[in-house]
Structures are given as C-alpha cells and as structure tokens.
Design a protein. Structure first.
Lengths: 288, 520, 213
C-alpha cells in the first residue's frame, strides 16, 4: 500500500486521536475569537429587547443533558436578558430530563442577577427573582404534541399545578394568564422533533410568535420555516448561542465552545482534503 | 398475558389511591371568620364638571358575602400612604372624588395663561360584531379614526376601548389601540374565575375613547384603591392599586348591543377541508381501481429489495438480525410504517429460522411490536420459535438507548441492522457502530436531517416517503398500492397548484393565494 | 370481534379528530381536551408495561448467567437506586419531594448528565470519520457536495481573510436556495405520505399494529 492509498484509507482511530488532541489544546489555551451575527439570531434578540417590563415570554426547554453544550448557553443568555428587562418568564419542558436543566439554569441565573452589571452600555441593578412572581416553572408532562395543544387552550389543562406542586391559580404571575393569547412569544430550545411540534401545534394552530433554538445538525432543516414566516428567529447550534451571547453582551460558554468548534472543523477539513489528494494522486498513479 | 393484566390492575390501584389521597381535605378549621373578597378592576378617570375636576372611581363588585361597606382611598404614590376619601355601602360600585385645585397663587396665575385644553374629535362609525371562526368570547371593534388623528390638531395619542355588560352604564377599559389603528379584538375568557371573563350570549356595549395628554391645571397623579370592609370592621381586604387616568378625551357614540358566540365551522380552514376531501376521494378511487385488478406501477426500492438478501446473509452466517424501530412514539407515522416492515421481516426471519433482536425505546411501541412479531411468527408456522424477549423495552432516554443498542451490536455482532422509523442525533452513532461491527445496514427515516448520515454510513437508505411506500411495496396489496398511487397524484396536484399560485401572484390575482392562506 | 372493536374505535375517533380541527366551538375544544387527557393516562400505563419488560429481560439474563449478564446487574441496580431515591427513600410516593432528594440530584448531576453528554459528544468523532470516508470527489455531484460542505464549514471562520465574506454569502445562498428547495420537496412528500398513512390507519387498511386476526 503506497502513501496515497494510506492517505485514503487511514484508520478512523487516527482521525479520532487528532480531533481529540485539537479539542483539548483549544480548550486549555484560552483566546478570544471574533463572531459575526446573522439576521435570524438578531431577530430574536431585537424581539426580546423591544418588549416592555411586565410582558410575558414562554421558554420551552426541551432538551436533555446531551444537548447541554449547544442549548444551555442560549437558555442562559435569553433568560438573563429577559430577567434584566423585568419580563415575566413561564418555563416548561417537554423532556423528562428537562426539569433538571431548568432548575440548574434558574439557580445559576439567580446568582448572576444578584450582581450589578452593564450590558451593551445599559446599567442593570442587581435583583432577586422570585418563583411565582418573576417566573413560573410548569414542569414536565409526556407527549409533547398533546401538551402543546392543550397549552393553547389553557395552561391548567395539563398543568393544574406547577413543578413545585403549587396550584397555578395561586401564582400571582399566572393570575391573568390563561394561554398563549397573553404571551408575547414562545422560544423553544429543542434537540429533537419537539421543535416541529411547536411549529405545527403552537404556531400553526394558535399563531403565537415562535422562535427556535436548536442543535447545529437540525439547523438546515428549519430554514424553510424561517423563510415561510412560521418562526421569526432561529439559533442553530453553538454558533447561534455564541451569536446571541454577543448580541446580549453576555459572553459565556458558547463563545468558548466556538473556539474549539472552529479548530475541530479545520481538522476535519484537513482530513477531507488529505483523503481527496490521496484519491486523485492514487488515480493518477494507477493510470500511469 | 397474565403478567400484563396483573400489572395493569396494579397500576389502576396505584392511580386510584393517588387520586384519592391528592384530594383537598379542606382548608382551615370550620367557623373562623375570614375577610371579605376584595373589589377588583378598580378604574379612575378624570372628568370636568362645571368648574371642578372630578375623579370617577369604579370597581367590580366582589361576592358580597360579609361586606358592609367600601372605603375609597387615595395616595400620591402606589405605595401610599393612603388617605380615606369616602365610603359607600355594599352594593354600590362607584364614587366621585372631587379633586382640589392648587392653592399656590403663582401656579394659579400661570395656569390662567395656558391655552385651554382641547379634547380631540371623537372617533365615529364604531362597528361591533362577533369575532368569527373562534370558540366565542370575543368581539371585533372597528371605528373611523378621529379627525384629529394624524390631521387637524393631531393630538390623539391613543384610543381606549371601553365595554359595558348588560346595560350601557358602567364602561370599563378593555384595551388600547395606538393612534392610527382603527380595529381592536376584544378577546375574553370562558373561565368565570378569571379577570377577563366574557360570557357568550350576553349583551355588550362599546365606546371608543380618543385620548390626548395635554397639560391640565392642577393635574397630578393619584393612586386609588378600594377596601371592602366586613360588618366586623377589623376584617377587610384591599383591591389592587389603580392609577388615575388624567388624560383629556372624547368618546364615540355607544355601539351595541352585540353578543359573542362560538362558530361551528371555521371558514378560514375551508381550503384545508377541500384538499383533505380531495385527497380522500383520490385515495378511494385508486384503491377501487387496484381492487379491480389494474396493474399499478411502483418503482424499484433498492433498500427493500436488499432485505431478502440481508436476511439470507444472516442465516448463512448464523448471526441474528437487529431491527431498530427508532425513537418515535406509536402515534408517529414513521413508526406505524415500520411496524408493517417489521411484520414482513419477522415472517421471513421465522421461515429462515434466524435470530431477531428488537430493542424498543417506547413502551407502547414495544407492546405493538411484540404483537406484530408474534403474529408474523404464527403466520410463518413457527409459533414455538417466538419468545417475548425478542422484543423488549430498553429505556426512553435517547442516548442511554443508543448506548444499549451499541452494546448489543458489539456483543451480538448481528449480520444485518435495520433502522426503520424516527431517528434523531443518535442515527450516526448507531450507523457507525454498525460499520465497526461489520453488519449490512438498511435504513429508512422521514427525519430529513438524519437522512444524510444514514446515506453516508448505511448500505441502503429509504428516503422520506419511501419508508411509507415500503409497506405497499413489500406486500403488493391492492389497498396499499392504491393509496400509494393516490399519494403520487396528490403530489402532482401540489405541483400544479404551486405553479398556478406562482402565475396568480404574477398576474396579481391574490384571491387564489388568499384562499389557501389559513390565518386561523 | 377482537379486531373489530379497536378498528371501530380508530375509525370513529380518527374522523372525530379530523372534524374537530374544523370546529372552533367551545364544545369541540372541550372534547379535544378530554381526549388529550386520556392519551396521557394510557401512556402512563404503558410505561408500567415497559418497566416490567426491562426488569424481566434483565433478570432472566442474570438468573441464567447468559453472556455479559453483569451488564444486566448494573441495569437493575441503577433502576432500583433511582426509584429508591426518587421516592425519597420510599417515604414520598405522591409528591415531588423525591426529585429534590440529595442523592437523587447527585446521581443525576454527577452520572446522568455527564454520561448523556459524553454519548452525544461521540457524535463529533463519528461525524469526522464519516466525513473523511464519504466526502470524496468521485463524481461531479460528489464534488459539488464536497465543495458545499467545505464552504459551510468555513462560513464563520474569522481567519479566512478576503474569502470569508464569499464563504458567508455562498453558504447563506446554499442554505436558503438549493437546501430549502430540496427540503421543501421532501417535506411535501413526507407530509402527503403521512396523510395517506393516517388515512390508511383510520380506514383500517393498515392493520399491522393490531396483530393476528
């Protein structure tokens, strides 16, 4: 087997090894990279930014720990922006490991909100957020399609009590909120087909403004919905999260992750080029 | 079977016990007095009566059990301190609070030189009607813009939409529309306990108020709240605080009465009904045609044709076949299509006496798959070869399921892997592990994002609707072939409609697009 | 009769839900809510069946010392540990306190989250090896695929210099035009296939899920 054949038929374990090395090196060696934002992410940021104090948004956190790296930074950035603007947030999850994700995010955001901070030149005083007043967490119920349809009728159909077993009617934040009619927008962070269910049953049936935060691999699938206007914004993968962090001036794990992703892509491209070079040169050699 | 029945009975008992134990035992000891229900929807707005300004305070009466009187209180800030402005007896829902003019002579002198406050021209032509194509509890209000909105004095800042229920007496603010807007949808709730309760088949009256906010002598912000006091005056409850509306305004004529009601047919969805009905008719037509013996051509599906070869390979190698139904639920169409393929594959496997492994992600899918495989073995005349552990539940966690299936692949080294159903991010992990295990892989999914991964890693892939067509292709039954043909003709119909729509937009015939545009 | 009754249920309820889509009236909404509640209840019972299946299969492997029976021991131990702590040491069956149980939360954050994240991260390596294997310029179409993949991967790379804006504009065009066109075509086909399959199930043509006659 000559060098060109070896280039084409390299054992996949070499690919894994080089990729792992690059990921570790770029993780340990911290440097900033420049991120440019795209319109679909700006739409979400501007929508939230233009809402007024006391407006309601609905965050559906529909992912498991496996999608944490890509979707958690989005949840953090959006929730913190909304809380800083004193919007009211209703959380829900269609994933049975989602409550853990929401609780973790709320704990971390609560700590962050206590500090005085400046974002995009605007000074925000530290504040406490209170469950039942500033946010509500409905919890998890199975069969997302059915849950979304019933949310459009009345939150109380599937969630008579919230995640902490408090009746929804006892929560001050939800006193005048019955269904999506009182919600300014729904932002769904999803790693599976729940995003499509939100489009079909949430936006399609009840016409609530919908934006999606999805994993990178799903991104290409949802551009049709952006084009048709069924969603007003789209954050795809770690890149989408990093763009949102940049817009919100609230840098976190997404920007660090982008650094690793960038160089991982470069490694993959180099291997692809190597394989093609080997392919062409071995063909030429065979002809000779 | 007995175990399943026993388990269902246990679950029923547990469920019944939980529902009983979860019931409310009642709150508080009997006999202790409680404060009366508070007044709600407190509003206050300013009107000029002669040479004085008066704040008219209204509120919605609560359940008046135990209320003896209402105390109207006012403060300069929402937090107070509140001073009492007057009292009214139970059953009364309004109060006039005379507002003082400033005593400072400088301010009085200054105000004498100000331009008189001029209210904008009122909106006209208010039209109210039930909001159609909904479940009721909603009225559409439209009006002609005030003459001073964008023209004339151009001093309209906002329109307030006010509604009275039953009699055109007490009008409460329902919502606002910005200047330049001339429509408003008053959408209420069917729940009696909610603040925006709006029952159907009740007379409603509307008026539209054009407001401006010019300076008014002696004007300042007041905050009002209403205290419901019980006969035992130590017990009371306060309403929410409401800011006084100090704008200058003019009201339209009162429109109404109008009633809201739900519709029995949503005309916005007429186009969907036509398309669904049309598709059903075409399906029935082709099914009848197929039943009549017509030969309906279906193109070759390489993936399905390879199944036989793959089963043969597994038999020769003495290795089992792994069938993965995907991560969908039993309600997913891809999973339903997968059952049919599983049935036919299981029958062949039973005939060839090869092993079969079917790990499941969803318990309902597992139950149905067990029945499907059992039926297939019985149809093949090998009921003895079937055992319940062929189809088993693993977990309904995505990556835990993938880890388990990967483990099966690496331990059992199946000769053939069949992935048919709904797959997500785990598709490539499954397929690549199958490559490492040296299996032939045939996949089919309608998840568009996963198709590229299957195409790269599997030997054969059914793309999108080919998965649904596979059941018809395998069995060649007239009923299934007929519906497949109907699908193809429906696709042709969609192409024709798309081109027609394209041409209609070019020639400006928007009615064509509007007919297919479902807004509600 | 064993098949007729379920088929009748499927037919009646299937058409009922189709009709319900066109009726906005309150009574229609109430019916939809009622039926949605029932589906949740059925799902919970099915979960019990699934758990029984898992326990039985794992126990059978342990009892008969089948190959790799040790993994089944770990499965059963993990299952019962989480049930034990999830019900708050078997003290709270009817409320959510168990979900705040310290051990339950610790197992979740220390084991479940990292393990699931690890499995997902395997995807990165498999994508690299799949891309290395698949992106070969064997034909014209394969070359186009290769070039498109390279452009989209380089899209937001800040170190490309003058070709950076070209990559960004081209990848936006690729995602919004050919990708969108192909996806819409597949979506329309899949959508029609779903409607056809749903009709087949409702009309009783597709009956594989029912088992034997």
């Amino acid at each position: 087997m000559n060098i060109f054949d070896r280039m084409m038929t390299l054992d996949r374990r070499w690919v894994f090894l080089f990729l792992a090395l690059v990921c570790v090196i770029t993780y340990v060696w911290e440097f900033k990279i420049d991120i440019s934002t795209s319109k679909e992410v700006e739409n979400i940021y501007n929508f939230i930014e233009n809402l007024e104090e006391g407006d309601y948004i609905f965050l559906s956190v529909d992912y498991d720990p496996n999608a944490l790296a890509e979707l958690h930074p989005m949840t953090y950035a959006i929730a913190e922006q909304a809380f800083r603007k004193k919007l009211k947030i209703v959380f829900m999850t269609n994933s049975n490991l989602g409550p853990g994700m929401v609780n973790q995010a709320l704990r971390d955001i609560e700590d962050s909100l206590k500090l005085d901070r400046e974002y995009n030149g605007v000074y925000y005083e530290g504040r406490d957020i209170v469950n039942g007043i500033d946010y509500a967490f409905l919890g998890y119920k199975p069969y997302p399609a059915l849950v979304i349809q019933s949310l459009g009728l009345d939150f109380r159909v599937n969630f008579p009590t919230d995640y902490y077993n408090v009746p929804l009617d006892s929560l001050p934040i939800l006193k005048d909120v019955k269904n999506f009619d009182q919600i300014e927008c729904v932002i769904n962070m999803a790693a599976g087909n729940v995003a499509e269910m939100w489009i079909t049953y949430g936006q399609g049936r009840y016409h609530v403004p919908l934006a999606l935060g999805i994993t990178g691999v799903m991104g290409a699938d949802f551009y049709p919905y952006l084009g048709s206007g069924q969603i007003f914004g789209l954050m795809a993968g770690l890149l989408g999260a990093a763009q949102y962090e940049k817009l919100a001036d609230n840098y976190g794990r997404a920007r660090d992750g982008m650094r690793i992703q960038l160089f991982a892509h470069i490694v993959i491209i180099l291997f692809i080029l190597m394989a093609n070079v080997g392919f062409f040169l071995s063909k030429r050699q065979a002809r000779k | 079977m007995k175990n399943k029945v026993f388990l269902i009975l246990c679950a029923l008992l547990v469920g019944a016990f939980m529902s009983v134990s979860g019931q409310d035992e009642g709150t508080g000891p009997p006999g202790s007095p409680s404060p009366p229900a508070p007044a709600s929807d407190v509003t206050a707005h300013v009107e000029i009566e002669g040479n004085q300004r008066v704040a008219l305070v209204h509120w919605r009466l609560p359940d008046e059990n135990g209320v003896s009187e209402y105390v109207i209180m006012r403060a300069l800030t929402p937090e107070g301190p509140f001073e009492e402005r007057g009292r009214v007896t139970a059953g009364v829902d309004r109060f006039r609070d005379i507002l003082e003019m400033p005593t400072d002579s400088a301010i009085v002198a200054d105000t004498m030189n100000t331009v008189d406050v001029v209210a904008p021209a009122p909106p006209t032509g208010v039209v109210v009607a039930d909001r159609g194509n909904d479940h009721g509890h909603a009225i559409n209000v439209s009006w002609d813009l005030s003459a001073d909105d964008g023209t004339g004095m151009d001093n309209v800042i906002i329109y307030g939409i006010y509604r009275a229920r039953g009699e055109p007496d007490i009008f409460l603010l329902q919502g606002e529309a910005f200047k330049g807007d001339s429509t408003y949808a008053d959408i209420g709730s069917k729940e009696e306990h909610l603040k925006n309760y709006m029952p159907d088949h009740v007379d409603y009256y509307y008026k539209v108020r054009a407001k401006t906010n010019q300076y008014q002598p002696g004007q300042r912000d007041y905050f009002y709240k209403v205290r419901a006091v019980a006969a035992d005056t130590t017990l009371f409850s306060d309403s929410e605080t409401s800011i006084m509306d100090g704008t200058v305004f003019s009201d339209s004529e009162i429109a109404g009465p109008v009633q809201s009601y739900g519709q029995w047919f949503n005309t916005d969805r007429l186009s969907v009904l036509f398309l669904v009905a049309g598709f059903l008719i075409v399906t029935i037509f082709f099914i009848q045609k197929a039943k009549g013996g017509a030969d309906l051509f279906v193109r070759r599906l390489a993936g399905i044709e390879a199944v036989d070869e793959a089963i043969g390979r597994a038999t020769e190698m003495g290795k089992p076949i792994l069938y993965v139904l995907g991560l969908g639920t039993a309600a997913d169409i891809a999973t339903i299509a997968s059952y049919t393929i599983l049935g036919r594959v299981a029958k062949k496997i039973a005939e060839y006496q090869t092993g079969l492994i079917v790990p499941c992600y969803d318990p309902i899918v597992m139950t149905v798959a067990q029945e499907t495989v059992k039926t297939a073995y019985m149809d093949a005349g090998r009921p003895d070869a079937y055992h319940q552990d062929i189809v088993y539940f693993v977990t309904n966690q995505q990556f835990a399921y993938v880890a388990a299936v990967n483990g099966v692949m690496m331990r059992e080294r199946p000769a053939t892997n069949l992935y048919m159903g709904k797959f997500y991010a785990e598709s490539l992990i499954l397929a690549e592990t199958g490559v490492v295990a040296g299996s032939i892989q045939i996949s089919g999914t309608d998840e568009i994002s996963q198709i590229p991964f299957f195409v790269v890693a599997c030997d054969y892939t059914l793309i999108g609707e080919e998965l649904y067509a596979a059941s018809a292709y395998l069995g060649r039954e007239p009923l299934l072939l007929g519906s497949l043909k109907a699908q193809d003709y429906a696709k042709a119909g969609v192409i024709i409609l798309t081109v027609a729509g394209f041409l209609a937009m070019i020639f400006g015939w928007e009615g064509f697009r509007d007919f297919f545009h479902v807004t509600n | 009769m064993k098949r007729q009754i379920p088929l009748m249920f499927v037919f009646v309820l299937g058409f009922l839900m189709i009709i319900q889509f066109f009726i906005p009236h309150e009574k229609s909404e109430d019916l939809a809510s009622f039926l949605l509640d029932w589906i949740v209840i059925i799902g919970i019972f099915a979960l019990a069946l699934g758990l029984w299946s898992l326990v039985r299969v794992s126990w059978d492997k342990v009892k008969h010392r089948k190959p790799n029976w040790q993994y089944s021991v770990i499965t059963l131990v993990g299952l019962f540990i989480m049930i034990f702590f999830g019900f708050d040491y078997f003290r709270n069956f009817f409320s959510a306190e168990g979900l705040d149980n310290y051990m339950y939360v610790s197992f979740y954050t220390s084991i479940v989250i990292p393990v699931q994240a690890t499995m997902f991260s395997l995807l990165a390596f498999f994508i690299a090896s799949a891309a290395y294997r698949a992106f070969r310029a064997r034909t014209v179409l394969a070359t186009l695929l290769l070039l498109s993949a390279l452009i989209i991967m380089l899209r937001f790379n800040p170190y490309l210099g003058p070709i950076g804006p070209f990559c960004e504009r081209t990848s936006v065009w690729l995602l919004n035009v050919p990708n969108l066109a192909a996806k819409r075509a597949i979506i329309i086909g899949v959508g029609l296939g779903m409607v056809a399959t749903a009709f087949k199930v409702i009309l009783g043509i597709e009956r594989a899920y029912l088992g034997k006659d």
